[in-house]
Design a protein around this ligand. Sequence first.
Ligand code: PEP
Ligand code: MG
Length: 563
Amino acid sequence: MSEPLRGVPAAPGVASAPPWLPPTSGGGVLRPEVSLGEAASRAAAELAGLRTRLVTAGRPEEAEIFGAQALMAEDPELLDGAEALVAEGKPPDEAILAAGESAAETLASLDDEVLSARAADVRDVAARIARILRGEEPPRLERRSIAVALDLPPSVTAELDPALLAGIALEAGSRTAHAAILSRALGIPAVVGVPGLLAAAETATEIAVDGGAGEVYLDPDGATSEEIGRRLGEATRRAAVDAGLRDRRLQTADGHRLMLGANIGRPDEAARAIEAGAEGVGLFRTEFMFMGRATPPDEATQTAAYAKVLAEFGERPVVIRLIDLGGDKDLPYLPLPPEENPFLGVRALRLADAGHEALILTQLRAILAAGEKTGRQPWIMAPMVADLVDVYRLHELVSMAAFGKLWTVQPRVGIMVEVPSVAMIAELVAPEVAFFSIGTNDLTQYLLASDRTNPVLAARQDPLHPAVLRTIMRVIEGGHESGIPVAVCGEMAGDPVGAMALAGLDIDELSMDAGAFGAVKRAVGAVSLGELREAAHHAMHLERASEARAVFDRILAEATSPT
Ligand code: PEP
Ligand code: MG
């Protein structure tokens, strides 16, 4: 077997295909027969086409950025600036790049966050016009391929035909990178954060990715191809079995039920979650709705989005998380000041006290309005809550947003438990909120002091670590003392072994990507609650996460072996 390059598992599935590397610009030759004006019109047409494609694909929020860029491409000021440089003797491709750069610099210097963030868009548009002037093709897949890149910006990813995109392997990026999220939603296997990938892949003619294991094989040898084929067959068989489990509840072998929630990032993912058998939305990561756009969605747009999910889920609970920005999630139109340690910085709820209160109030008003419109009670959840002061601030923000109107539908207000300080005082916080949802991704990173986006530390990010298990137990007990439900919505919930451990710690709900439902139902459903409790308590006394994993693997194997 070939040795794989290891990265962060970003989207499950197995695929093997020739690599495709996004073209780097500058390879073409200037075509004198194409005028600047023609190239600009063509760029505008390409961008308008991209916009239509995304609208048709049900991704209207991402489409908007390309609509705005189509207008920029024909902006007379940009073109006049370039023509003036051509008159001075500059070649047209260099002239448009220079004019784009100067327009971008002007925008960037404005004291207006939204306009200054457009700078990157203008540069992108100018680069597109220059590419057309040089006769270079837009990035396009000719055949089924695995995209191999440092990172894939939205404008490139959106241009690729999803039917030909068999997999994604990125040298940079994290599980929450845009390309990773997109590939999960589209069901395309992806591995990100693979150190040394680009240099190693330079001469490869075939690439295999295992998005579940986080492995990339370059030019797989015979034995590896066979293994990849076996994993593919296994994944296909599993998918068929999982589809058959759709109507089965999430419960232990002796019938102890847990609620099964779906994690979604966009309103149009609700339908897939319901189809897969979700009993509610345990985490709606709303910040993804704010990404890939030129401006934040306004109150009416947000209201419509939340109302869509609330209406589709009907009686079932929908947990809408307040925008969770900062850390590794940034918005071009909301530039956050550079920080030495962004994960410990002005993140999420903390933005309310750092000049962005209006952003959060608009979102809260939209959530309340969506509840009113649909007659469904929204569950509002704040990320990055560190203590009771944050909880009181959260309630204050909800009251401010509700002020001045009579609401017939009252929200339930809860928090994510992902900062160790709030986990330590869970029993003091529980009486002040309606529910807890444990964010094991951040809780693990903060407890183990290990950056979740750093691929070198990936092996340390295991929530089966005894310190994390003990903390989770504490939070569950603290919540139950006050009679509030406690869920887990971090990736641990969608990992079969993680789900078994959580069931053994008496968690009430597991929320995950709908793609993981079947595997989690199978694992939790194989073992009795008593056995899971015993294993979870045993795991808390082990030295390492790998030993805890082995314990659960063993009881699962014993429970499912034919004997
Ligand atoms: C978490 O931290 O576990 C979580 C669910 O939130 P996110 O991954 O979006 O930070
Ligand atoms: Mg988090």
